[in-house]
Design a protein around this ligand. Structure first.
Ligand SMILES: Nc1nc2c(ncn2[C@@H]2O[C@H](COP(=O)(O)OP(=O)(O)O)[C@@H](O)[C@H]2O)c(=O)[nH]1
Ligand SMILES: [Mg+2]
Length: 465
């Protein structure tokens, strides 16, 4: 089996290891701000279902390309002998410490790897790179150049012209910001390099696309079951002593809020794992799902012109339902308009739409005493907010590459890039949410809800690309 293998080579600190990490979907590749992070060549296979689709070889950068080229030129005869000279160079210096990095990076090329030469499009082109490119040409290997615009695209055009002299294919590729579609385009270009790689690489492209669909569908199932868990959440709290009602209510609301947030966080962890990102830190620059100080504060009750005493008092007298009157930010329709979502949540605006989050009931316990019961979530806006947040998180995770090593930044600005659900989809979601709100028992996972969420995630992905 001829598994397409690519050695990523070039000057130090131009993002070679980052490209390996992104294309191999592997966050174990060492990436660092200092040159010399990579000292040995190492193979990183890309697997789907335990099948190796292709292999990336990370290599150290060129250190003394000029001296190496001079060594080779001193032994030059004719072009047909160039690969042989490269082979001799490696053989003669393998056991010396004169050119350790060049020996390391040339070795996989002698074993038949294709070349991905990586340069930085934000720095000017210069003649010093020609030594490296000349050496690579002498290997006779299939080769392609990638321009990584690390800080800018300022010098891309000049690079393109120069690289075109040495490489049959030249592409711009940013390992930090490339969604699956861009990675797949690159793989297709790799297929042009060598005839016998075309077929395995088009198979790789197909399997990667299928894998992406599987990941999206798995995420949709997780998000759907998150919504089910949230909407149907019911919690109770024992009222231990008479006059304890207020304290018990507060505790119950607190617990309720924490449970909702825990469900959201757990779902986020699992979605990240679906995409092969483990133990990510998350940073949010927008409002938490439920903000205690705004949502459960005295001020919140006052928005309704009522005190907690009044509300609870009325409930206790009638012995029936107590209006929780806890409300969630933002109106339903607003949340569905793509461009307005960002404005509403992003600005941190909390306003109350006149619907409660969940009802609190006081029940008599058969053995004596009373308890408070809260849930399911009644606020019709809440599931839309929770879903909008999950879509944003998913969109960011799905396009994160494994070369990105920092915290996952959940930016509200990105919300505005998510498309508005079609009215058909909105109706389907509303019907599902309404059904869940009425359910007395935790619901088994619902295929229509999963399908609706999956459709939304796919639309998000198309929009982001
Ligand atoms: N902003 C940005 N930084 C990059 C990009 N590619 C690489 N880097 C950074 O550049 C440094 C060197 O990257 P690395 O992949 O280790 O380069 P190598 O020495 O060529 O393997 C690291 O700090 C990376 O985070 C990029 O496309 N954008
Ligand atoms: Mg490196």
């Amino acid at each position: 089996m001829n598994v397409p293998t690519f050695a990523v080579v070039g000057p130090p600190n131009k993002g070679k290891s980052s490209i390996v990490s992104t294309l191999a979907y592997d966050d174990s590749v060492a990436i660092g701000p200092d040159p010399g992070t990579t000292t040995r060549s190492r193979r990183y296979p890309m697997n789907v279902d335990e099948e190796i689709l292709y292999v990336l070889v990370d290599t150290p950068g060129f250190q003394r390309p000029r001296a190496v080229l001079e060594w080779m030129q001193a032994r030059e005869t004719t072009a047909d002998r160039h690969p042989e000279v490269v082979r001799r160079f490696v053989a003669q210096h393998r056991r010396t410490d004169r050119y350790p990095d060049e020996v390391e990076l040339l070795t996989p090329l002698l074993d038949g790897a294709g070349i991905l030469y990586v340069v930085d499009g934000s720095v000017p082109y210069g003649p010093q790179y020609e030594h490296e490119m000349q050496i690579l040409r002498w290997t006779g290997c299939a080769r392609m150049a990638l321009i990584n615009p690390i800080d800018s695209t300022a010098h891309i055009d000049v690079w393109r012209t120069a690289l075109g002299q040495y490489f049959s294919v030249v592409r711009v590729f940013n390992p930090m910001d490339s969604d699956v579609r861009k990675r797949i385009e690159l793989l297709k270009a790799f297929g042009q390099l060598q005839d016998d790689w075309r077929q395995p690489l088009s198979r790789a492209v197909r399997l990667l696309q299928e894998e992406q669909d599987r990941r999206r569908n798995r995420s949709a199932a997780l998000i759907a079951s998150m919504l089910e868990d949230m909407i149907t959440l019911r919690l109770n709290q024992r009222i231990r002593e008479e006059g304890d009602l207020e304290k018990a209510t507060r505790e119950l609301q607190d617990q309720y809020r924490q449970r909702l947030m825990r469900v959201e966080n757990k779902t986020r962890d699992r979605v990240e794992e679906v995409y092969g990102h483990h133990g990510l830190q998350r940073e949010e620059d927008w409002l938490p799902l439920l903000n205690q100080t705004t949502l459960f504060s005295e001020e919140t009750w006052k928005v309704f012109g009522l005190t907690r005493q009044q509300l609870l008092g009325a409930g206790a007298v009638s012995g029936g339902a107590v209006g929780g009157a806890i409300d969630l930010a933002a109106g339903g329709a607003t949340f569905l308009a793509g461009t307005l979502i960002g404005a509403a949540i992003g600005a941190g605006a909390v306003f109350f739409a006149g619907n409660r989050l969940a009802e609190i009931k006081i029940l008599n316990i058969p053995m004596g005493g009373r308890e408070l019961v809260m849930g399911p979530v009644e606020n019709p806006n809440f599931p839309h907010v929770a879903l909008g947040r999950a879509r944003l998180h998913h969109a960011i995770v799905a396009r994160r590459t494994h070369a990105q090593r920092g915290a996952l930044h959940l930016q509200d600005a990105l919300l505005q890039t998510l498309p508005t659900p079609t009215s058909r989809l909105h109706k389907a979601l509303e019907a599902e949410f309404a059904r869940l709100r009425k359910s007395k028992e935790p619901e088994p996972s619902s295929p229509p809800l999963r399908a609706a969420v999956a459709e939304l995630l796919e639309a998000d992905e198309r929009r982001a690309g």
